[in-house]
Ligand binder design. Structure first.
Ligand code: SF4
Length: 366
């Protein structure tokens, strides 16, 4: 398949590993932001193939993992209301809230439906005018255009029974937070290709310049990631700190301008809490006041709450690249994909699930 097979070519991959071995002269710590990239690294054993001087740590780019516990609890509350149909991406159903999850609410009779797109929720709103349809709109810049389109269309169609519980997060403020932390070890970043397909990479240029850190926009196949690692190591070895684009088959510097325009029309930037990490200023999107009639927080007058994470879950450190999943005492014991304690073990993009699935721990996997 074009654009897939050549990026999974074992001969090309071996060549890139050999090139890396020639290039690297000292230890470097690199972070991939996106959970999809983490899974490719684990699945193909790239972290074990590359020279041992290069350490890969995993960033906070799993949307399910960083959705705040409070938003999960609000979704659960809504799903328990008799007149509400809650529509969500499938991964969200198993994410533990503070006392249960959406899957248990569904099993108990709650009307919780899985969708692949917010458009399915709009369709449900038209088909079920007697019910309130709420879409759980989470994710990074990647899913924001589709969610913005759904809200924009709901207003255009005059729907009175559709709303969205929004918890969007943005990648550049998270990178800024990581680089500003006194505990930061990361010396180069692989920026998420799908986010940059929408947003371009202009925003990353000021980060790279300000923090003197190389950033390479990377794709999701093994050859993409090996190329991105090689480009980062080349910059670091040469003392350069620039933004480079490995994922040229999808990403341009300016990104998808019509998608950005629609996001700008429907959403505005706000402070946002990230699960496990805490509040990151100006790191989220919320619906603009003009769209308040479609904001589930306002429609249902949801109250802000603060909920404690399970104390044994160290996802905050995992999501900031400070610890690896197997350094968590609960990993593979009290916390497994069947009985997850924290979101990184639930999500298809979570780092803990990736380590478990690809057997990076004795006794893990199946
Ligand atoms: S293994 Fe489970 S408990 Fe430990 S950090 Fe990951 S999600 Fe949290």
């Amino acid at each position: 398949m074009k654009y897939v097979d050549e990026y999974r070519d074992a001969r090309l991959a071996r060549g890139l590993v050999a090139e890396l071995a020639r290039k690297v002269t000292r230890p470097w710590v690199l972070m991939e932001i996106c959970g999809g990239q983490t899974h490719t690294l684990m699945r193909y054993g790239i972290d074990e193939l590359i020279p041992s001087q290069i350490e890969l740590v995993h960033g906070p780019g799993c949307p399910v993992c960083v959705t705040p516990l409070e938003i999960i609890d609000k979704a659960i509350y809504l799903a328990e209301q008799p007149n509400v149909t809650l529509v969500s991406y499938g991964d969200m159903l198993r994410v533990p809230g503070s006392h249960t999850d959406l899957l248990h609410v569904k099993a108990g009779g709650g009307d919780v439906r899985v969708a692949y797109s917010p458009m399915e929720a709009l369709k449900a709103a038209r088909a079920l005018p007697e019910r309130q349809i709420v879409f759980l709109g989470i994710g990074f810049e990647t899913t924001a255009p589709a969610n913005a389109t759904a809200v924009w269309q709901a207003r255009r169609q005059g729907l009175k029974n559709f709303s969205m519980l929004v918890s969007h997060v943005l990648v550049p403020p998270a990178i800024r937070m990581l680089l500003s932390s006194g505990r930061n070890r990361v010396q180069g970043f692989i920026a998420p290709g799908h986010v940059c397909t929408v947003m371009g990479y202009r925003e990353y240029e000021s980060l790279s310049q300000h923090f003197r850190v190389p950033i390479v926009v990377g794709g999701f196949e093994p050859v993409d990631l090996l190329e991105a690692i090689s480009m980062l190591v080349a910059q670091l070895e040469q003392g350069r700190a620039e933004v480079e684009n490995q994922y040229t088959r999808s990403v341009t510097r300016g990104g998808n301008l019509p998608a950005q325009k629609l996001m700008e029309e429907v959403f505005e930037v706000c402070d946002r809490k990230w699960r496990g990490i805490g509040l990151i200023p100006q790191s989220g999107l919320r619906l603009r006041a003009e769209y308040a009639a479609y904001d589930a927080e306002k429609v249902f007058e949801l109250q802000d709450t603060t909920v404690q994470e399970p104390p044994e879950c160290i996802s905050a450190q995992v999501l900031q690249g400070l610890k690896k999943p197997m350094e968590c005492a609960a990993f593979g014991k009290a916390c497994t994909p069947e009985r997850p304690l924290g979101a990184p073990m639930v999500s298809a993009e979570g780092a803990c699930a990736a380590y478990y699935r690809y057997r990076r721990h004795a006794g893990a996997g199946n």
